[in-house]
Design a protein around this ligand. Sequence first.
Ligand SMILES: Cc1cc2nc3c(=O)[nH]c(=O)nc-3n(C[C@H](O)[C@H](O)[C@H](O)COP(=O)(O)OP(=O)(O)OC[C@H]3O[C@@H](n4cnc5c(N)ncnc54)[C@H](O)[C@@H]3O)c2cc1C
Length: 384
Amino acid sequence: MLEKEIAGFGASGRNGGWCSALFPRSTASLAKAHGLEAALAMRRAMISTVDEVGAVTAANGIDCDFVKGGTIAFAGSAVQARAADADVAEAALYGADPLERRDGSVFDPNCARVHPAKLVRGLARVVESLGATIYEQTEVTAWSPGTVTTAAGTVSAGEIVVALEGYGATLSQTHRRVLPLYSLMIATEPLPDELWVEMGIAHGQTFTDYRHLLIYGQRTADNRFAFGGRGARYHWGSAIRSGYDRDPRVFAHLRSALVRLFPQASDARITHRWGGPLGVPRDWHAGVTRDSESHISTAGGYVGDGLSTTNIAGRTLTDLILGSETELTRLPWVGHRSPNWEIEPLRFVGANLGMLAMEAADVEERVTSRSSVAAKIMGPLVGH
Ligand SMILES: Cc1cc2nc3c(=O)[nH]c(=O)nc-3n(C[C@H](O)[C@H](O)[C@H](O)COP(=O)(O)OP(=O)(O)OC[C@H]3O[C@@H](n4cnc5c(N)ncnc54)[C@H](O)[C@@H]3O)c2cc1C
């Protein structure tokens, strides 16, 4: 494995720790694109992957705070309540996701809370113990069949797997395959158990709500909120810089969103702030591919759902490379190639307009109590 920084430097080491069954495209849109049976097979595979990640961590002694406590999606307004009803009705129609409508929320049992950095460093240790070598501080600059070029020299490889996710945008071969979208997070100081009881978030539980500009949170093993969301601007030319990980405007927005959801946490000190780029394909459809002539494979496009989806990608690539036809290799995301993103300035305008529209739609719905028309129009651009 060739890694520019250290194993876990990317999104895998700094995400929200939702090991969920979510896939960036809904069951309805997968059914439309690939047929109902294929869409349901994808749902079932995603659901079982949550337990698979838990089993891998248990079997290999990876202490990453994995607890499958499910996720709560709050519906804090009449508009959100309608979205929650629609969500539950769609799940009932397809029958794969056992969503449960509760007073003011929807509960999905298929989500585990993890500490992402502990998971990714633990996995790196297991991979090394199985005989693989991870070459850190090794920047890949290009690849062609049988050869990977790095800043330090050339590597021969019978099989090449390109798994750069958002960072693919920084290499010319994959520059327009993916759009790096920043997600930012904050964490509070540890909060007392009584407060958690009052707020109704148990150990191992994650939470979100039905707003358009996504937010996500978890109760960490040491009783902090780790809470994140979108809203950071897309940067011209798909640029990725460490300075983009921190945006005071987004951190302030996250804090007020957290306090609006949990007024009990209004005095909680924010002790950590960070962020990073995730990878968005043009059609928001993750994919795994292998070309049998060049022996080059790709995996990615997970948007904000890569924690569990990378696991299923890894298992699927194993089967593809070994030439085994399995249930995994028949899943509809195998062989899926997303179109390229537009060139600038269209990418810049489109991505940032989409983000602004979602932000405005949330305000509009709060004020008018009606579903936003702008969100409906712009939704498909931002993965709704
Ligand atoms: C703040 C945040 C919160 C998120 N929350 C969640 C969540 O709660 N649940 C969820 O399912 N998903 C979440 N995601 C998405 C998830 O983290 C990613 O989809 C997933 O980690 C992608 O894994 P990956 O291994 O494909 O990519 P990454 O983990 O990004 O790894 C790519 C690696 O490539 C390396 N690299 C870059 N350039 C080069 C080069 N030239 N040569 C060699 N190596 C290079 C990087 O250093 C990096 O380590 C979140 C993402 C972010 C940023």
